[in-house]
Each structure stands twice: as structure tokens, then as C-alpha cells.
Design a protein around this ligand. Sequence first.
Ligand code: HEC
Length: 117
Amino acid sequence: MRLVLILLSIFILSGCEKNEKIVFDTPNTQVENERAKVIFQRCQRCHGMKAEIQALTRSDIIAHYSKNDLIQALTLYQKGKRDRHRFGFLMKGIIVDLSSDDIRVLSDYISKIEDKN
Ligand code: HEC
């Protein structure tokens, strides 16, 4: 079942990519921030409520990452091409269903999370 889901998301993602034009430094709209906030809920148990914790005592504190670094790291995890502490597979599993647009919106949100309440 899980494999089917993964294959399905890869299929869908590769289909979307052709039409998607990503402008990396466009800030999130209010609506995009709301969407990012919901996605970010799945990161909080490991990375902290405000991305201020080292996940499983190992990862970097991702609140300190720039938007572009976040986009790059997440995209590589998704492709299974990043694995700094042997937990790359874990990160991949958590974000495998995100579209590249989700990743852009999420990365903008996290990179500015310290400014938020
Ligand atoms: C189950 C715990 C867990 C959850 C949930 C989780 N992460 Fe991670 N994250 C990790 C671990 C462990 C690493 C280190 C992975 C490795 O070995 O490269 C990591 C690494 C990262 C990195 C790179 C930091 C580094 O040290 O290289 C980013 C960026 C990141 N996570 C973002 C996210 C985002 C965004 C989410 C939510 C969509 C998320 N993570 C959810 C555990 C988690």
C-alpha cells in the first residue's frame, strides 16, 4: 500500500513538474502561509514548535536555514539524495507526498518562523 502511494506520488509529481514554474524568492501570500502552517504540523514533533530543535538530537536547527537551503535540502531528501545522519530515509518518507510548490511554500514559512508569534 505504502509503495503504491509512493509510486503514485512520484507519478503525479513528475506530471506536474512540466507546468510548474517556480519563482524561488516570491514571499508567501497569506493563504500560502496558512497552507504551510498545516504542512509544518508534521515537522513539529521532531524539529520543534518553531523549528528550533535538533531533530532526534542530530539534525541542524532548521529555523536557521535560508529558504533556498530548505528547498534544496527537502528536494534532495525527496529524491533520496540527502542523508547526513543516516536518517535521510525518514525525512524522505515524511515529505514524499509534497509537491514542489508545497516545498516552496513550506520553506518560505520555516525560514521566517522566528518572526512569527
Ligand atoms: C521523525 C522525525 C522528523 C520529522 C517528523 C521531520 N524531520 Fe526533518 N529531519 C529529521 C532527522 C533525523 C534529520 C536528519 C536527516 C539526515 O540524516 O540527513 C532531519 C533533517 C531535516 C533537514 C536538514 C537538516 C540537516 O541537518 O541536514 C530539514 C531541512 C528538515 N529535516 C526539514 C523537515 C521538515 C520541513 C519536516 C516536515 C515536513 C520534517 N523535517 C519532519 C527528523 C524529522
